[in-house]
Design a protein around this ligand. Structure first.
Ligand SMILES: NC(=O)c1ccc[n+]([C@@H]2O[C@H](COP(=O)([O-])OP(=O)(O)OC[C@H]3O[C@@H](n4cnc5c(N)ncnc54)[C@H](OP(=O)(O)O)[C@@H]3O)[C@@H](O)[C@H]2O)c1
Length: 427
């Protein structure tokens, strides 16, 4: 016996076209295996004339949101518009009209999860968002269900394919950031406006979602420290490599009791860490739970078909659910009450300076650090003397973020000019 489900699309760009094609090509398998058949009744777009490589039946394409949101026959709405608005308003309207929502939109979801979930619960409809984080990788489902028996205390994610592609090329071929970025744009691996990716915001939205699920408490996007890769030089990557490190844009979430730290920034990790080998546009999430121990998920985090894989799986889950499940949070009503947000995390630091090549310089640098209780683990003098200056690289032991910033501020720039500071994670 086949269950027929009528759905509507909000958007039909890269991801929407992928979902259309996956349902078209794989729909019979789903019907045969799961007894579910999805009928796409309406597809909302901005332009009816745009070429999409799809032959839509007459009357399916529309530019009127109400054709999707107010049609009583449409049971599920799939949202792939992107951005906060109007996506949030339209998802909310769909839920309030009794429709289950499946979304790929990390921005609207991370910012308005609370309101969306409240509406979904009230109407007893589903809210599914696997595709919003790491495309095809089933990390949401794993955190919501398969890893429930764990107290997860650590997540390290490579959750943005664009930046991972750029850093991989810079690391492997010693290429400049701006050249690789241009190439990535030419290849369609970076947006014409790459800011959301290269400035770390995309990763921060995803981390807010992952940390909330893993720690059973809402971690608002605003609480994620964000630093992108725009200032990264091939010089730093090379110096790190000589010290046994690989540079990645990591999304890091740690929980210690009720204290939580969430940060996205370029990070040196040991070159033999499993994440160091995640290259190109691949995504990965490495986590630690008290029972499962270390675990790593690897796969494609973007692209039409990998993302469609997550969306169509969500559609199936939603259509077969006897009762929709919602994540439960310790701080359900106010995202900030239960968990304490820690901004003074501890980690080792990599610091590159251009230092005067003169006696006593190293001891003056060491004193600035020691005054703030930052102890030095290794020092390396790199390269040739240039204008009386040499590159001085210092790796510290674990130090507090704030103490490190104070130590850097106290450096006499005439003696040792700060070139870069990069956090290190030793696993
Ligand atoms: N691309 C990926 O690999 C990927 C991976 C994971 C998640 N996601 C997420 O999936 C979502 C969609 O990404 P995408 O790459 O498919 O974007 P896209 O190619 O830009 O597609 C957006 C679609 O939404 C439609 N749209 C946007 N604003 C609209 C409005 N105000 N009214 C009506 N239609 C509107 C556009 O219509 P027109 O076609 O007429 O312009 C287009 O069809 C985003 O949230 C993104 O973060 C994307």
């Amino acid at each position: 016996m086949i269950k027929d489900i009528t759905i509507g699309f909000l958007g039909c760009g890269n991801v929407g076209s992928g979902v259309w094609r996956l349902l078209e090509g794989f729909g019979e398998d789903i019907a045969h295996r799961a007894g579910l058949r999805f009928h796409i009744k309406k597809v909302l777009v901005r332009s009816l004339d745009k070429q999409r490589g799809i032959t839509f039946p007459e009357g399916v394409l529309t530019i009127k949101p109400d054709d999707v949101l107010n049609d009583p026959e449409i049971q599920m709405v799939v949202e792939f518009l992107g951005g906060e608005q109007p996506a949030y308003d339209w998802m909310l309207r769909a839920l309030n009209n009794g429709k289950t929502v499946v979304t790929a939109n990390k921005v609207a979801f991370a910012l308005h999860w609370h309101e969306l979930q409240k509406a979904a619960k009230k109407q007893e409809v589903g809210l599914y968002y696997e595709a919003a984080v790491c495309g095809a990788i089933p990390i949401i489902h794993s955190l919501e269900e398969s890893l429930q028996a764990n107290r997860i205390d650590k997540i390290y994610g490579i959750v943005n394919g664009t930046t991972n592609y750029i850093l991989t090329r810079m690391s492997k071929n010693a290429e400049d950031y701006s050249l690789v970025l241009k190439d990535a744009q030419r290849l369609g691996l970076a947006e014409p406006d790459p800011a959301a990716d290269v400035e770390g915001l995309d990763a921060a939205y995803k981390l807010s979602i992952l940390a909330s699920l893993a720690f059973h408490g809402r971690v608002p996007f605003e609480d994620v420290y964000v630093e992108g890769i725009t200032h990264i030089s091939k010089e730093d990557i090379r110096c790190g490599q000589e010290l046994g490190y690989t540079l990645k844009l990591l999304a890091i979430a740690k929980r210690n009791g009720l204290e939580v730290e969430t940060r996205v920034h370029p990070t040196f990790i040991r070159s033999d860490h499993p994440l160091a080998n995640v290259s190109g546009s691949f995504n990965a999430v490495y986590l630690h739970g008290h029972a499962c121990k270390e675990m790593m998920f690897l796969g494609r985090g973007a692209g039409d078909m990998p993302t469609a894989s997550a969306i169509v799986s969500d559609l199936e889950r939603a259509a077969s659910a006897c009762q929709h499940q919602y994540p439960t949070f310790q701080n359900e009503l106010n995202p900030r009450v239960a968990l304490r947000h820690n901004t003074d995390w501890q980690c080792p630091f990599y610091i590159r300076m251009l230092a005067k090549d003169a006696p006593g310089v190293l001891s003056r640098v060491a004193k600035c650090f020691a005054d703030e209780n930052v102890s030095i683990a290794a020092v390396q003098q790199n390269g040739q003397r240039n204008n009386g200056r040499v590159a001085l690289v210092v790796i510290t032991h674990q130090a507090s973020e704030k103490a490190m910033q104070r130590a850097i501020a106290a450096l006499d720039q005439d003696i040792a000019k700060l070139e870069s500071i990069i956090r290190v994670e030793e696993e």
